[in-house]
Write a protein that binds this ligand. Structure first.
Ligand SMILES: [Zn+2]
Ligand SMILES: [Zn+2]
Length: 310
C-alpha cells in the first residue's frame, strides 16, 4: 500500500471507493448505494447493524414497504425511489388525489374571488377617457380597464405596458410600444383596401373575420391582454368595418401616447437623479477648495448657494 493510499477509504460492504458521502454501520463505513439498498430492504438505521448483518440482509433479496415495513413479495410499488406495498401505495395515491382535489378547489375559489373583486373594481372604475366600450383610461391613477364579458375585466397599469399590436385575422397589421411609434398602418385613414391587400391572401380577398388588439405587459401573471374589436365577417372598406378600424387605431394611438409619456417621465427622473449626483460632486469640490484655502469662507458660501439655488 502506497503512502497516499492511507487516506483512501472503501465501503466495508461492497469495497468500492468511498466518496464524500458515506454512511456508518455499527462497525464500519458504507457507501451511498449500500446505504440505500439497506433502506430498501427494511433497515431503518444502518448504524445499529454490523457490516455482516447489512450484507446478509442485502443478499437476502428481500424488500420491505417504506411505510408499514411489511416484507414485500409480489406487491412491490416504486414511488420516488421508495418501495411501497399495495395497501400503502393505494392510500398514498388516495392522499395524492385528495390533495389534488383540494388544490383544484382552492384554485377555483381563488379565481372566483379574483373575478368578483375585479367585477367590483370595474363597476367603480372612473375613466378620464375611453374608446367606445372597448377600453377605459384613468389618467389620475394611470390605469387601463378592459371589459371582457367572457373572461372578466382586465386592469393594466400604464407603466406595465410593453407592446401592443393590432391583429386582423390573427395577423399583425400594426404595432407599437416602448421606444417606438405606431408602425405599419395609417392613423384614421380609410385605407382598408391597403391593409387588405397585405393580409387578405386567403379566404377571398376583402373579408375580415376578426380584429383585436394584443397588449403585452410586464406582469408575468397576466402577460397578454386582448381588446376584442370584432369577430364575424365584415367586408373590408365597408362602413362598419371602417368604423371598427378607426376605433382600433384610436386605441393604438392612445396606448402609444401613454407609453411615450411614461418613457419621458422615466427619462426625466433619470436626468434628475444624475443632476442630484452632480450637485453633490460640485459641493464636495467646493468644500475641498475651501479646506485647501483657495476659497475664503465668504466665497465658499456664495458659490454654495449658487449651486443649491440652480
Ligand atoms: Zn458499498
Ligand atoms: Zn405498506
Amino acid at each position: 500500500m502506497g503512502f497516499f493510499n492511507k487516506n483512501e477509504k472503501y465501503c466495508d460492504c461492497c469495497h468500492k471507493k468511498l466518496g464524500i458521502h458515506f454512511f456508518k454501520a455499527k462497525d464500519g463505513r458504507i457507501c451511498k448505494e449500500c446505504f440505500y439498498e439497506s433502506r430498501k430492504k427494511g433497515i431503518q438505521s444502518t448504524r445499529k447493524h454490523t457490516v455482516n448483518e447489512l450484507l446478509q440482509n442485502m443478499n437476502d433479496n428481500k424488500y420491505f414497504c417504506e411505510t408499514c415495513k411489511k416484507e414485500l413479495k409480489s406487491d412491490i410499488n416504486r414511488v420516488n425511489g421508495k418501495y411501497l406495498c399495495n395497501d400503502c401505495f393505494k392510500s398514498f395515491k388516495q392522499t395524492q388525489k385528495e390533495k389534488n382535489i383540494a388544490l383544484k378547489e382552492e384554485q377555483k375559489e381563488k379565481k372566483i374571488r379574483e373575478y368578483t373583486l375585479s367585477k367590483e373594481k370595474a363597476k367603480n372604475f372612473i375613466s378620464t377617457s375611453n374608446v367606445g366600450e372597448y377600453i377605459y383610461f384613468n389618467d389620475d391613477i394611470e390605469e387601463i380597464y378592459i371589459p371582457n364579458f367572457w373572461v372578466g375585466p382586465s386592469f393594466i397599469k400604464y407603466s406595465e405596458i410593453l407592446d401592443f399590436e393590432l391583429l386582423e385575422d390573427g395577423t399583425t397589421v400594426s404595432s407599437g410600444g416602448i421606444g417606438r411609434a405606431v408602425a405599419g398602418g395609417v392613423l384614421f385613414g380609410g385605407t382598408g383596401a391597403v391593409v387588405g391587400a397585405v393580409t387578405g391572401k386567403h379566404k377571398g380577398t376583402n373579408i375580415s373575420n376578426s380584429m383585436e388588439i394584443r397588449i403585452t405587459t410586464k406582469d408575468i401573471n397576466r402577460p397578454v391582454v386582448f381588446v376584442k374589436i370584432f369577430k364575424g365577417e365584415h367586408k373590408k372598406g365597408s362602413f362598419i368595418y371602417n368604423a371598427y378600424r378607426t376605433d382600433a387605431y384610436k386605441i393604438l394611438s392612445m396606448l402609444q401616447i401613454i407609453v411615450d409619456r411614461i418613457n419621458k417621465t422615466q427619462q426625466v427622473n433619470e436626468q434628475n437623479s444624475n443632476n442630484n449626483f452632480s450637485v453633490v460632486e460640485e459641493l464636495k469640490g467646493l468644500k475641498e477648495l475651501l479646506d485647501s484655502g483657495v476659497l475664503t469662507q465668504e466665497e465658499f458660501e456664495k458659490q454654495k448657494s449658487k449651486i443649491l439655488n440652480r
